[in-house]
Design a protein around this ligand. Structure first.
Ligand code: ATP
Ligand code: MG
Length: 286
C-alpha cells in the first residue's frame, strides 16, 4: 500500500491562506471545501487536517499528524518535541511588550513587579527571567490589548505586525521580545517510508521558494558589450545569448536573485543593455 503522510494546517486565520497557496504551488491538488476537517490530495500521497493553530504542535509531537505548518510563536510557546524542517517566509510577525501610551518608559525595569497580560506565558516568562525581571504574568487567551484599559494589567505582551491594534487601544510598543514566521515541522519518529514522501514534498517546496527569490531577466545588448554584461550576470550556469534580427545586437537571458537584481539592473543599463524584461519564475530546480 502506498504510504500517505498527514499534514496539519490552520483551518482559517492568518496562516491558512499562505499555507494552502504554498501547497498548491507545489502542484498538489486537493479539495478544501468550507467546514471540512480532513481532505486527501488526488495527485500526491498527502492528507490534510484542518485545525486551530494552537493544536498543531501537539498533534505533530503525538504523531497524529506527520507534518504541520505553524507560527514559531505557537511552536515555542507550546514547547513540544518536534523537528523544524524549514522556515517558510510568510506570516511574519513579532511578539512585543506594550504599555499605555501616556506612561514613561525608562527601560525594561519598568516591568519589575508589574502585571503583564499575555497569551504567551512561556515565551514571556523566559524573556523576563533572562532579564532578571520579576513580574506577574496574567494569561488570557484573546483580546489582550484591552487588559490595561480595564485595569487587568499594567502592560501586555502580544503579537504585533503593523502596530495599529496597539494604537487603537492607546498602547505603545516598548520591547520586541520574539520574531516569528511560519515553519514546517515534523514528527520526530517518522518511518523511512514517510521520510521519503516528506523529502519529495521538501524538494518541491524548495523549488517554489528558490523560484520566488529569483527572476528571469532578458535584455538586448550591443554585441560589443556582451563580455562586460556576462561578467555582471553569471546566471545559473552561464547566460544564454541569441542573435537579434538587427545586426550587431544580441538578446541575453539570465537568472538573477531578487534581492540583488535592482542593483544589477543599474550596472547592466550602464553597460549598454536595453529593453530589459524581468519575468517571475514559478519553480526552479538547481
Ligand atoms: P486559531 O483560530 O487557528 O487559533 P488564531 O486566532 O490563534 O487562530 P491567527 O490570528 O489566525 O491565530 O494567527 C495565526 C498565526 O499567524 C499567529 O500565531 C502568528 O504566527 C501569525 N500572525 C498573527 N498575526 C499576524 C499578522 N498581523 N501578520 C502576519 N502574521 C501574523
Ligand atoms: Mg490560535
Amino acid at each position: 500500500m502506498e504510504t500517505i503522510i498527514r499534514i496539519a494546517v490552520q483551518k482559517s486565520g492568518r496562516l491558512s491562506d499562505d499555507s494552502l497557496a504554498l501547497i498548491k504551488e507545489c502542484g498538489i491538488k486537493f479539495y478544501n471545501g468550507t467546514g471540512k476537517l480532513k481532505s486527501t490530495s488526488t495527485n500526491f500521497p498527502i492528507e490534510f487536517l484542518f485545525l486551530r493553530d494552537d493544536d498543531i504542535p501537539g498533534y505533530v509531537a503525538d504523531g497524529v499528524a506527520d507534518l504541520g505548518i505553524v507560527g514559531e510563536n505557537e511552536l515555542v510557546e507550546k514547547d513540544k518535541e518536534v523537528n523544524t524542517l524549514k522556515k517558510l517566509g510568510f506570516s511574519k510577525c513579532r511578539l512585543s511588550l506594550a504599555i499605555p501610551k501616556g506612561q514613561d518608559y525608562p527601560g525594561i525595569d519598568f516591568f519589575q513587579g508589574k502585571n503583564i497580560a499575555t497569551s504567551y506565558p512561556k515565551i514571556l516568562g523566559d524573556f523576563l527571567s533572562a532579564k532578571n525581571i520579576n513580574a506577574d504574568i496574567h494569561e488570557i487567551s484573546g483580546s489582550v490589548e484591552i487588559a490595561p484599559s480595564i485595569g487587568l494589567a499594567e502592560g501586555i505582551c502580544d503579537i504585533v505586525s503593523s502596530g495599529s491594534t496597539l494604537m487603537m487601544n492607546g498602547l505603545k510598543e516598548v520591547e520586541e521580545i520574539f520574531k516569528s514566521e511560519a515553519v514546517l515541522i515534523a514528527n520526530k519518529e517518522l518511518s523511512n517510508a514517510k521520510k521519503e514522501v516528506v523529502e519529495k514534498l521538501l524538494f518541491r517546496m524548495n523549488a517554489v521558494q528558490t523560484g520566488k527569490s529569483s527572476k528571469y531577466v532578458l535584455m538586448n545588448v550591443p554585441n560589443a558589450s556582451i563580455d562586460k554584461i556576462i561578467k555582471l550576470i553569471p546566471g545559473m550556469r552561464s547566460p544564454t545569448i541569441l542573435p537579434l534580427a538587427q545586426e550587431g545586437w544580441s538578446s541575453v537571458h539570465s537568472v538573477l536573485n531578487e534581492d540583488t537584481f535592482w542593483e544589477h539592473i543599474e550596472e547592466l543599463r550602464a553597460a549598454g543593455a536595453e529593453g530589459i524584461l524581468v519575468v517571475p519564475i514559478e519553480k526552479m530546480i538547481l
